[in-house]
Ligand binder design. Structure first.
Ligand SMILES: Cc1cc2nc3c(=O)[nH]c(=O)nc-3n(C[C@H](O)[C@H](O)[C@H](O)COP(=O)(O)OP(=O)(O)OC[C@H]3O[C@@H](n4cnc5c(N)ncnc54)[C@H](O)[C@@H]3O)c2cc1C
Length: 392
């Protein structure tokens, strides 16, 4: 279908938000708190009704489900020995917060402060702390100087423990890495159990905790799923709307914004949409036949992700998650989960962590290891480090 086709429908809102992931869900929800404001939220993927989105252990399945994810792959890169690395990204209401590892780790103060020191005013830790506190409802220990108690996203401690995790942490302590009771508190380095956005046995995504309740409450968010934006509409250099394709029937539609168009498509898709709309490197856009609206060479450049190396070890004299999730044992775990009891069905893919230093002279942590008493299919959780009894 030619992208120049006339739109099948046009509508006008105060704000148009592209993408309903972690960012878009919160932005749309907060904007809708303003009485009289109308918001259109466009989401390329389907609604988030698949049960594997919400059952924590379902991440194993949903992360590679093409209906609910974008399965990007990097170009072969010299730093990874010429390999392409899979980059799965959420594609449903809640975006990647509907398919991710459910770990709540806000990052360390030093990192944010280094951003501010490089001239990014407003990005120091003290600037961001009120927002970190505002989004979370910490359930469990924590110093209220750092932790929020009234936010939308419940942050809980692990309720399902495993002896091999404890052995991992004792090993870390033996290497001089102290236990840290709250890595989202005063300081990050140390080891311990991860905090999660899992509550009462279910994943609590940004879609479920922000967007959908706000839509119900305000009745002023028009959420359009299966709606993939492919062009930002400009009047001069001002974004005034978005053109999207309804992925179900390939029809083209247009939504206009009286106030702002806000792009929350994620790290890969936001720059892609900007480039398709004429914002980016003029040389590149011209070479692809895209009319240049605004020359901004950094768009689409400098992508960085956190690579991880997965180590798998054989465990003795203990049942790992692999064994616990097979046959009759799995039935028992499902029944426990249904009864609201701690169960392997309600755990995040990683359970324990170390944040530590590659050099004792470094003030913060520059290394992260996460641990699970499980092994996954090769290439599966490439961003995690796991240990296991059953390497595959
Ligand atoms: C596999 C995986 C595991 C992760 N684990 C963790 C973790 O344990 N803890 C943690 O804190 N973070 C984790 N993350 C990172 C975290 O999920 C992301 O940082 C966060 O979701 C980014 O938010 P976002 O709103 O920028 O993008 P996303 O949440 O990815 O949302 C972008 C949304 O925009 C939609 N979209 C994109 N383009 C268009 C378009 N053109 N038109 C309409 N809609 C569009 C997408 O479909 C998607 O729904 C993980 C991420 C992944 C992928």
């Amino acid at each position: 279908m030619a992208r120049t086709e006339q739109p099948r429908s046009t509508a006008t809102f105060d704000y148009v938000v592209v993408g309903t992931g972690a960012a878009g869900s919160i932005v749309a929800a907060r904007l809708s708190e303003d009485p009289g404001v109308t918001v259109c939220a466009l989401e390329s993927g389907p609604p988030d009704r698949h049960p594997y989105i919400h059952i924590p252990v379902g991440f194993i399945k949903i992360m590679f489900n093409e209906a609910y994810t974008w399965q990007f792959k990097t170009e072969p890169a010299p730093g990874v020995n010429g390999r392409s690395v899979i980059v799965p990204v959420g594609r449903t209401v809640g975006g990647s917060s509907s398919i991710n590892g459910m770990i709540i780790n806000r990052g360390q103060a030093d990192d944010f402060n280094s951003w501010a020191q490089r001239g990014n005013r407003g990005w120091g830790y003290a600037d961001l702390l009120p927002y970190f506190k505002r989004f979370e409802r910490r359930i469990g220990d924590g110093d209220d100087t750092y932790r929020g108690r009234d936010g939308n996203i419940p942050v809980t401690d692990l309720d399902w423990h495993h002896e091999i995790c404890e052995a991992f942490l004792e090993g870390a302590e033996g290497l001089g890495i102290p236990r840290n009771r709250d890595y989202n508190g005063a300081s990050q380095p140390g080891c311990g159990y991860l905090q999660r956005n899992i509550y009462k046995g279910l994943r609590r995504s940004a879609g479920r905790m922000y967007l959908l309740p706000a839509q119900k409450k305000s009745q002023r968010i028009d959420l359009r799923t299966h709606a993939r934006a492919f062009k930002i509409l400009f009047e001069g250099k001002k974004a005034v709307g978005v053109r999207y394709v309804d992925e179900r029937n390939r029809t083209i539609h247009e939504v206009k914004a009286r106030r702002e168009v806000i792009i929350c498509g994620g790290t890969v898709n936001s720059p892609r949409l900007l480039q398709l709309s004429g914002v980016g490197s003029g040389e590149l856009l011209r070479s692809l036949g895209v009319e240049v609206i605004h020359e901004l060479p950094a768009v689409g450049e400098n992508f960085r992700d956190h690579c991880s190396v997965r180590l798998v070890a054989r465990a003795k004299n203990s049942k790992t998650i692999n064994e616990i999730t097979r046959g009759p044992a799995l039935v028992g775990q499902v029944l426990r989960w249904l009864a609201g009891m701690p169960s392997v069905i309600g755990v995040s893919p990683s359970l324990a962590y170390c944040f530590w230093k590659s050099d004792p002279n470094i003030s913060g942590a520059d290394l992260q290891a996460v641990f699970a008493p499980a092994s996954y299919k090769e290439g599966f959780t490439a961003w995690k480090i796991s240990a296991s009894s059953t390497p595959r």
